[in-house]
Design a binder for this molecule. Structure first.
Ligand code: GCO
Length: 455
């Protein structure tokens, strides 16, 4: 690991004392130990073991083996000086059938992780659902069935009761949009279904489940804060043609407002619902009120913007020539300022966290810890977040995605987001330059100048 850059406060880029500096991961992406200690099967186990679904046939069977190496990983976080860590709970590890009998060994694992974090003064931010639905619940119909939301409520109660004496922040869901859109409409994520109506039902049931989850957290962990993590992508029209303007406006409703509006009491966006031809059959009396119950924070995941072209106009590549990550996502830091300001326009004084921001880049052939591009990406996005704070956004913390290179869903291990490099043959971890950069930011609460960070 390189020496930390010199201290040198730059007042206008300083973050307030007490700002939360963390890194994020998700259970299926790092834990491995997929069949150990009574863990049940999840939809991602089934999906990744289905030929043709995940690049190179990769699975999360071993992943980063965090299940066995969590102590080493937490030591790494402590060395980096992080004061927070965002993790998720594997539902099938604690409830192998999705409902009913809890698995003590699975609960013990999360107890040990939380205790280890706290012993290092690292504040755990727990996400209950990061996409790994127990397979038996999918076999009973999955998220298009309302019963799945009730099962989630029981899972939330179990975890809140078990960990709520030590965990101060629970998020119910990570990115419900991806669950419904990629899991049930596009089929590119587990469970791989391509059923537009089921996707709309899923979206509503995820919000019903969120409401039940918040109720469970309030009841079982009254001292904890409850929130949700949503993903955002500014939808910019490709031209000033009225069809492009309309397409971008509808996409904004369907992507950026679909979950945020209901949880802030604004209901589902009308134009987006009409464009989808949604009949709202799943919405029962009392749902919208329950979904709008007060929460304590919103987590914002931001990666890039989307330049929207109407399908009725000749296609073009409107952002050709722009800077992109290895995933092909545009590097667009201003979009983080725009996103935070948009979210705050709905949430007002509610604390916000950037719960994910980061980038995939190819591994340097000579030195896998050399990731100048990621350092530059993080620096520019931090500056964009700071700008939003200058403009009044109550941002309380920032989690980089991700602590470790890990299982990147349908892309397998091809794309790497870690501030720590993982050798997937030996499972050895090595802190990248971006990890050194992040450690300096966490230590000083200041974005170091470009010159310092390179020294
Ligand atoms: C998401 C998920 C992460 C991903 C990350 C990179 O935002 O899609 O929360 O699990 O790995 O975003 O794609």
């Amino acid at each position: 690991m390189e020496a930390l850059p010199e201290r040198g406060p730059v007042p206008e880029r300083q973050f307030p004392p007490g700002f939360v500096w963390g890194a994020a991961t998700a259970a299926y992406q790092i834990e491995g130990a997929a069949r150990e200690d009574g863990r049940g099967e999840s939809i991602w186990d089934r999906f990744s073991h289905t030929p043709g679904r995940v690049r190179n046939g990769d699975t999360g069977d071993v992943a980063c083996d965090h299940y066995h190496r969590y102590r080493e990983d937490i030591e790494l976080m402590a060395d980096l000086g992080l004061n927070a860590y965002r993790l998720s709970i594997a539902w099938p590890r604690v409830l192998p059938d999705g409902i009913g009998r809890p698995n003590e060994a699975g609960l013990d694992f999360y107890d040990r992780v939380i205790d280890e974090l706290l012993s290092r003064d690292i504040d755990p931010f727990v996400t209950l659902y990061h996409w790994d639905l127990p397979q038996p619940l999918e076999e009973a119909g999955g998220w298009p069935e309302r019963a799945t939301a009730h099962a989630f409520g029981e899972f939330a109660a179990l975890i809140a009761a078990r960990l709520g004496d030590r965990v101060r922040h629970f998020a119910t869901f990570n990115e419900p949009h991806i669950v419904s859109d990629h899991g049930y409409r596009l089929g590119s994520h587990a469970p791989g279904r391509t059923e537009p109506d089921a996707a709309l039902a899923t979206a509503h049931h995820l919000l019903v489940a969120h409401a039940l989850g918040v109720q469970a957290i309030r009841a079982e962990a009254p001292h904890a804060e409850a929130g949700i993590v949503l993903n955002f992508e500014p939808k910019h029209p490709a031209s000033s043609h009225p069809l492009d303007l309309e397409a971008a406006a509808v996409a904004h409703e369907q992507f950026n407002r679909w979950y945020l509006d209901p949880i802030t009491g604004h209901g589902y966006p009308e134009d987006g619902a009409r464009a989808w031809g949604w009949r709202r059959d799943e919405v029962l009396e009392g749902d919208m009120e329950a979904i709008a119950a007060p929460i304590d924070f919103v987590g914002v995941n931001y990666y890039c913007r989307d330049v929207v072209r109407s399908p009725l106009l000749p296609s073009l590549d409107p952002s050709a020539g722009t800077e992109r990550t290895a995933m092909g996502w545009e590097v667009y830091p201003e979009g983080l300022t725009e996103t935070l300001e948009f979210v705050a326009s709905r949430t007002g004084a509610l604390p916000l966290y950037v719960t994910e921001s980061g980038a995939a880049y190819a591994v340097d052939d000579i030195d896998p810890t050399d990731d100048t591009e990621r350092v530059s990406f993080l620096r520019r996005h931090l500056e964009a977040a700071r700008t939003a704070m200058d403009n009044g956004v109550p941002l309380r913390g920032y989690f980089v995605w991700s602590l470790l290179d890990n299982f990147e869903w349908a892309h397998g291990y091809e794309y790497r987001f870690g501030i720590v490099h993982v050798d997937f043959d030996t499972l050895e971890r090595r802190v990248r330059d971006s990890g050194v950069f992040w450690a300096a930011v966490a230590r000083d609460g200041v974005i170091p100048s470009a010159v310092q960070a390179q020294s």
